[in-house]
Write a protein that binds this ligand. Structure first.
Ligand SMILES: Nc1ncnc2c1ncn2[C@@H]1O[C@H](COP(=O)(O)OS(=O)(=O)O)[C@@H](OP(=O)(O)O)[C@H]1O
Length: 979
């Protein structure tokens, strides 16, 4: 009522035209009510207009995020509550966590804005910098992988059955498909997948995090996902332009047609190591001279619309790198071409200079074809992207050819961490000249990166442990503390893999006390653990501690998901702490004998010439570097390298370098890469670096070798019970809420990490023991296959498929048996036929009943992630009628020993109507219920609903040469009209 009165007050206060002014409150109310009713009616009409189709199960993942468990599990919640009271029955299906309230169903699309810790005040009380702006060019475009997760069937057909299309319509998701927009993937065509030119292509695109597909020229992939009508590639790239020119005629015309239809351009490099000296493409009116030796390069300032990163007025005055006489120059004869870069033929070049200009900048070494000849825009470079100017030209070409869709933002966020301040033996500790050099380094880098300050990781206990000179140097650092930003690096540089973990909190807080005493401006929100131990692989104790402290919000590591190549490192957020990927500078192992400052000059020169660090700056919008001051003698060179590289970036590019507060660095990172918010866990036992970081006194986690993945209501409990009869199979520990299930990969339990997952299993009795788990909702959960593949790449997956009609009805009977209100309110028929006008709960319940039974879609997702020999598909009917033969077979598939004969373990129980274990008896009353037959209207509806999906399943199974389950064959036979 209060709100209503406020509304009326508002109405009265609002300026109105004279006629309205005279209206009474009653009139205002009636008019408002009328307008409301009209609005409702119009909305209903609009809904009704969109008629319901059998394929129209909306898998609206985003809505699930906010609706939480009780909405998603509509119809299941009451069952959960009941089950919690009655522990004698087994767990309800799909209960993903301890309590309904805690659960956030995570079956969501990852393009939601990540939840990041709030911005915090900088060391001086304010942010050092405003957060960098995101460039519109960098707005996210649908990555192919996401599409593959949500449209697996279409992807599978596209990949393996390109001549066919699925019979069923795609199951709708919230992903909006713009069928004219190519996916954000690049097709790189090579003459052979083994070509040496593959690596530079991987580096060029990979370092910009652009997804690539490689293809051989003789076997180009199908370019459009037919069933979705989605063009697959945003750009076609050739490592060697001659491969494009030499494409087989039909392939060329298909490719060209694709490019023209979707406005896709071609970016090509050249590789003259294997080709003749001079070539003429008559068709393209382009002459090319290969193997030219060149000096100097300048860009064409007239190609204004192409230059973005490049500063076109800059001139490179030195000889171009020429290990194998690898440059190609272009001599076009058509107005469609525009030179992009010019060079000068070296005076000592031995090749024939017939028709080649010898004047300064007289030859063209990069060119653009504006499509005047064949309607396709191209950028062609006279070498690979190795040379730094070529790299920049290619990046700008890429941005232009993809209309900005694959362009990186123009800002580069830079953070340089100097770990181990005060750590080290006397000889390599900070001397006065080092301290001075660091202060100067800050000042010099500030010319290019406003407000830049080195970040120093300090270890208080080791302060003044060095000799006299070091003492002086370290004292100087303290005197100049305000010149830097400091972060906690643990008091004694404790290596957590050998230090008792209960010392972490002491080590963190003592260091902060030290900082206070010395008046160091510490950013307490950012912290680095020595050797990054505890961050990845995660030590739960470290994150516990950070959670207790409450203020640590960001850290970084080299280790996730792997170390090499550098550009493959990623970030993730775990328990509120943002973990950023860390970049490493070169270690100048060869220059160690140099005087350090002399070596520094060398590092700077190299960067100025576009060395390794320069490319990191070009391709990495948010960079956190790791360097050392003392414990690696060579680490001290890094400061020179940063001077060099920032100067070079400032000189050659229009990129804007920024040095914000570390929390803003982290926030910027995850805003740029929201897909990375959720980590993908992998097995530390499989990676030597991770193994090194694992605690010395803690055994590596042991994971299951077999997963019964579902789907729900297909006999998964019977299967796991039977498997357990084998002396060497050991299932997960029972859970008070989830009972026999784990549900790690398909719920927010995944956030608990791998230690938690491993703790769900008993210790193996001996080497023969095979751990396994059953979680029936894994099968249809869109993220699960990828997560499983990442952690358990060799796992064997068991999938049981019974008649989807039976499966849906069994779920309804499950609800009924637990007096779930939904099943009391609605009949089975009402639920499965719910349309757009139905209440939301009914729509969600409909999804709950029908979605899992769309086997083809879910199976395709597993098949895209696992080889077929890791999947064991069980005919659900056979499991009921002849479980012994299924169980005998599966032992072979898993490779367990000894093989047991299940005919001696199982017997048919006439009363139960199912096979039961001789020793442990039949399953509980919740499994194998007796209930009335499905009504014929429902049966007819479901038969129609699943018709095309089942047809797709047949195609899919045939494609992997798997026999069809008996119910599927029977269904097909019954649908063939008899004459
Ligand atoms: N041997 C044996 N004993 C009992 N029940 C058997 C057996 N084999 C298969 N089934 C079928 O399993 C159905 C229950 O499937 P799930 O165990 O996968 O259900 S759950 O998802 O774990 O809740 C269950 O469904 P309902 O018949 O609806 O109860 C059975 O049809």
């Amino acid at each position: 009522m209060g709100a209503w009165r406020a509304f009326l007050r508002c109405c009265n206060a609002m300026p109105r035209p004279n006629t309205v002014k005279r209206w009474s409150n009653a009139k205002v109310v009636s008019v408002s009510l009328f307008l409301c009713l009209m609005l409702i009616a119009l909305t209903r009409m609009e809904r009704a207009r969109r008629s319901f189709s059998a394929e129209d199960i909306v898998v609206d993942h985003r809505s699930l995020v906010s609706k939480r468990f009780e909405h998603f599990e509509t119809g299941g919640v009451e069952a959960v509550k009941l089950m919690q009271q009655d522990r004698t029955t087994t767990a309800p299906i799909g209960v993903p966590s301890k309590t309904a309230d805690e659960v956030v169903e995570d079956n969501l699309v990852t393009d939601s804005v990540p939840v990041l810790p709030a911005t915090v005040a900088g060391p001086s009380g304010n942010r050092v910098f405003p957060p960098p702006k995101r460039s519109p060019a960098n707005e996210r475009v649908l990555p192919a992988e996401l599409l593959g997760q949500h449209f697996p069937l279409e992807f599978y057909f596209h990949q393996y059955l390109p001549d066919q299309a699925p019979k069923s319509l795609p199951v709708k998701t919230i992903i909006k498909l713009d069928t004219k927009m190519p996916l954000k993937t690049v097709l790189v065509v090579l003459d052979s997948l083994k070509a040496s030119s593959k690596k530079p292509m991987e580096d060029f695109f990979g370092s910009q995090r652009i997804q690539i597909d490689f293809a051989e020229a003789l076997l180009l992939p199908v370019l459009v996902i037919k069933s979705l009508n989605v063009p697959r590639y945003s750009l076609i790239a050739f490592a060697n332009y001659n491969v494009y020119l030499g494409l087989e005629k039909t392939q060329r015309s298909i490719l060209d047609e694709y490019c023209r239809t979707y406005g896709v351009g071609i970016l090509s490099f050249t590789d003259s190591s294997k080709i003749g000296d001079q070539e003429l493409s008559k068709e393209y009116k382009l002459k090319m001279q290969h193997r030219v030796k060149l000096v100097k390069m300048r860009l064409n300032t007239e190609a204004k619309d192409l230059w973005r990163i490049a500063k076109p007025e800059m001139v490179f005055e030195n000889p171009l790198p020429d290990d194998n006489s690898e440059w190609t120059i272009f001599m076009p004869d058509h107005e469609s071409y525009q030179p992009l870069a010019f060079s000068t033929v070296a005076a000592d070049w031995a090749g024939s200079t017939h028709n080649i200009s010898k004047s300064e900048f007289g030859v063209t070494v990069a060119i653009r074809d504006r499509g005047g000849i064949d309607g396709i825009q191209k950028v062609i470079l006279g070498n690979d992207p190795e040379f730094f100017l070529n790299f920049i030209i290619a990046m700008d070409g890429l941005a232009s050819l993809t209309h900005g869709r694959l362009a990186l933002p123009m800002e580069r966020v830079v953070q340089v961490d100097v770990d181990d301040m005060f750590v080290g033996v006397a000889a390599v500790r900070t001397k006065p000249k080092d301290a001075k050099a660091m202060v100067q380094c800050n000042q010099r880098i500030r010319q290019y990166v406003p407000n830049f300050k080195l970040f120093l990781g300090f270890t208080g206990a080791m302060f003044l442990w060095g000799g006299d000179d070091a003492d002086k140097g370290e004292k100087m650092m303290i005197d100049n503390a305000q010149e830097f930003i400091w972060f906690n690096h643990l008091y004694r540089h404790e290596l957590l893999y050998i230090t008792p973990l209960d010392r972490i909190s002491g080590a963190m807080s003592k260091n902060m006390v030290f900082a206070k005493e010395k008046n160091l401006p510490v950013v307490k929100e950012y912290m680095i653990l020595p050797h990054h131990a505890g961050v990845y692989p995660v030590y739960p104790e470290v994150f516990d501690e950070w959670e207790k402290l409450g203020y640590v919000k960001a850290t970084s590591t080299l280790e996730y998901p792997y170390r090499h190549p550098q550009w493959g490192r990623r970030g993730f957020i775990h328990r509120g702490v943002m973990v950023l990927p860390r970049q490493t500078c070169r270690l100048f192992t060869k220059t160690i004998s140099f005087d350090i400052y002399e070596g520094g000059q060398k590092a700077m020169d190299e960067s100025l010439n576009g060395g390794y660090m320069f490319k990191i700056f070009l391709t990495t919008p948010v960079m956190v570097f790791m360097t050392h001051m003392s414990n690696y003698a060579t680490g001290q060179l890094a400061q020179y390298e940063f001077e060099g590289v920032t100067k070079a970036i400032d000189t050659w590019t229009n990129l804007k370098m920024l040095a914000p507060h570390p929390i803003d660095v982290a926030r910027e990172y995850f805003q740029l890469y929201p897909d990375e918010v959720s980590p993908l866990w992998s097995d530390p036992a499989r990676d030597p670096n991770m193994k090194e970081l694992w605690r010395v006194n803690k055994t590596l986690p042991v994971f299951p070798r077999v997963i019964i993945a579902g789907p729900q209501k297909t006999g998964t409990t019977a299967f796991m019970t039977f498997l357990n009869l084998h002396p060497n199979f050991e299932t997960s520990k029972p859970d008070p809420v989830l009972y026999e299930e784990v549900q790690f990969f398909s719920s927010n339990l995944y956030d608990n990490g791998i230690d938690w997952y491993a703790s769900r299993f008993p210790e193996r009795k001996n080497d023969q023991t095979v751990l396994f788990e059953k979680s029936a909702n894994y099968f249809s959960h869109h993220r699960t296959p990828k997560r499983v593949r990442e952690l358990l790449p060799d796992v064997k997956i068991i999938i049981i498929m019974n008649d989807p009609l039976r499966r849906a009805y069994s779920w309804y009977q499950h609800l009924k048996a637990h007096n779930d209100s939904l099943s009391q309110q609605y009949t089975f028929y009402q639920i499965i036929t719910a349309d757009d006008k139905a209440p939301e709960v009914l729509r969600l319940a409909q999804k709950r009943h029908l979605y899992d039974g769309i086997y083809a879609v879910h199976l395709a997702r597993w098949l895209l992630n696992f080889p077929t020999d890791q999947l064991y598909l069980v005919d659900g009917d056979k499991l009921i009628k002849d479980p012994a033969s299924v169980m005998n077979d599966v032992q072979k598939f898993i490779g367990v020993t000894p093989k047991i004969d299940y005919t001696t373990k199982l017997q048919f129980d006439a009363e139960k109507g199912f096979f039961c274990a001789k020793t442990t008896g039949c399953l509980g009353s919740g499994k194998g219920r007796s209930y009335e037959k499905m009504d014929s209207a429902s049966e007819a509806y479901l038969t129609e609903f699943y018709k095309n999906h089942n047809e797709d399943l047949r195609t899919l199974l045939s494609s992997i040469k798997h026999p069809h389950p008996s119910w599927l064959t029977a269904m097909q036979n019954s649908s063939i009209p008899s004459h």
